[in-house]
Write a protein that binds this ligand. Structure first.
Ligand code: TNX
Length: 496
């Protein structure tokens, strides 16, 4: 077998094929010691057992040579690999996966999954043999932040849906899920000190459905589920615009204090907190305080986009004050690119989605930039004019367009070191179930995974589209409702 012919996404930083293979059998043991190694080994065993029917015990390494036919996972310092890199060596005699940290072992395990035949993803008994090509992979990411965003405000998605999205994303080495928790149509996170946010503000969604929200316990469950998979949750409270659901729940946050009706349409830019009222800042302090306490990750996203009815002279002091509140609660600020019109606190990140000049204003203040240009990374954009779901205001984003761009070319004067990473947002005006998420995310998300992880020099649409085709059977084994782009020659068996 030839390791260099295996369709890996994202493409590893380096790979050497040695022309033989390793066979997983019912006698294979997974040797692991130490926290990160055992967790990664259990994840691997957990994905292999239901399909192979093998026992695959995870045990501490035996004294002396392990003998043939086993898989060893080990934490091992290697300054070159960094916190997420790994080295995977496969021979006929066995598999050795080493990494300086648990995250690297986890990513090595994701690579291993892709070396097995596609049926490995079926989740139910399949016939082998379970053989993988031999060689060595040394691999590490280009960016430390490889994100997806899910809008649970326009339509609400259950904890179970979010967990499934996490499962699908980590298989491609994504490490951040940004949750857009609040917007005009819905407030989706329980805030104990302001209970009407969810009682009232969480009670509907676009189209007038019943909406919903996460209790703090459910949110903590999502955070923990993600953390076990080396994924960070970045919560967003969008403000001062996109706040109609909060304004309906608590009219005193509005300048004229008047009662409002819930909103179930899809317009943007019509709502704003009253930036002059002290109660608004007391409210934000409570909300950010509760959310920060539930969020082990370093970031808190304050939105800041499309505040079309907030005057610039009100918007700027508002953003400046809210940044201070985030800092007070021990978190780092992320905001959509408009926040760069304000004075940014040290450590702030500007998420470039629309206006490159805003990103440049952030850079000039020493901020990092998170790259999410709508015209390339908004997976709520239709693939082409015939796509039923999605919008098209930024572009049609076929699979080639989603793949064929580079983060460092998006903002004048930006350098690799200025870039925190990339993120592909999924806005939910037009989608309301898991199958819709899957249809818009696949097969585009693997392309963003490669842009975020692989060396820029290895990017090549022609070879990528062939690798992507080979992932069709994997998508099917995973039950993913994916878009069968005509630009990709999906294997016959996978086109139904
Ligand atoms: C723009 S992206 C928005 C969202 C919409 C999205 C639809 C951004 C920061 N604001 O409010 O959902 O377009 O594509």
């Amino acid at each position: 077998m030839d390791l260099s012919q295996v369709a890996l996404i994202p493409q590893p930083a380096s790979l050497i094929a040695t022309g033989s293979s390793f066979r997983l059998t019912d006698d294979t043991h997974l040797y692991a010691s130490g926290e990160g190694a055992t967790a990664a080994a259990e994840f691997l065993a957990g994905s292999l057992r239901p399909v192979t029917g093998y026992v695959l015990p995870v045990i501490a390494p035996a004294a002396g040579e392990p003998g043939d036919g086993h898989i060893t996972l080990q934490i091992q310092s290697d300054t070159e690999l960094g916190p997420e890199g790994y080295e995977l060596t496969i021979s006929e005699a066995g598999v050795t996966l080493t990494a300086p940290a648990g995250a690297g072992l986890f990513y090595g395990v994701q690579t291993l999954r892709q070396l097995f035949p596609a049926q490995i993803e079926a989740g139910s008994p399949q016939s082998g043999p379970w053989e993988i090509a031999s060689g060595t992979i040394r691999d590490m990411p280009r960016y430390g932040y490889r994100g997806a965003m899910l809008d649970v405000a326009r339509h609400f998605f259950s904890v179970q849906d979010v967990k499934r999205y996490i499962d699908l994303l980590v298989a491609y080495k994504f490490n951040v899920l940004h949750l857009h928790l609040t917007d005009d149509q819905g407030w989706r996170i329980e805030i104990k000190s302001w209970p009407k946010l969810t009682e009232v503000g969480g009670s509907t969604e676009v189209g007038g459905g019943e909406g919903g929200f996460y209790t703090q316990e459910q949110y903590a469950e999502i955070v923990a589920y993600a953390a076990e998979r080396h994924m960070l949750i970045v919560p967003e409270i969008d403000m001062p615009g996109h706040t109609h659901a909060a304004l309906v729940s608590y009219p005193e946050l509005n300048c004229d204090g008047r009662d409002l009706e819930l909103y179930t349409g899809t317009e943007v830019g019509f709502s704003t907190f009253c930036t002059q009222k002290e109660v608004v800042y007391e409210f934000i302090d409570d909300v950010i305080g509760e959310l920060a306490a539930l969020t082990p990750g370093p970031y808190l996203h304050i939105g800041g986009d499309e505040s079309h009815v907030t005057k610039m002279e009100d918007y700027i002091p508002f953003v400046e004050r809210v940044q201070g509140i985030v800092q007070k609660h021990g978190k780092e600020v992320i905001g959509w690119d408009e926040i760069a019109n304000a004075k940014l606190v040290p450590g702030a990140t500007v998420q470039y989605w629309a206006v490159a000049e805003n990103a440049a204003k952030g850079l000039a203040q020493g901020a990092k930039v998170l790259i999410s240009p709508a015209k390339y990374t908004y997976i709520d954009m239709k693939y082409d004019s015939t796509t039923e779901l999605g919008l098209s205001w930024a572009a049609y984003i076929e699979v080639d367009r989603g793949y064929s761009w580079d983060p460092v070319e998006q903002v004048e004067g930006i350098t690799e070191g200025d870039i925190l990473g990339i993120e592909a947002p999924l806005w939910a005006e037009t989608i309301d179930e898991m199958a819709d998420i899957e249809y818009l995310a696949f097969p585009r998300m693997p392309g963003y995974a490669e842009i975020g992880w692989s060396p820029a020099s290895s990017k090549d649409w022609e070879t990528y589209r062939q690798r992507l085709a080979a992932h069709g059977p994997r998508f099917e084994a995973l039950g993913i409702n994916y878009y069968r782009s005509p630009l990709v020659d999906w294997p016959a068996a996978s086109s139904e």
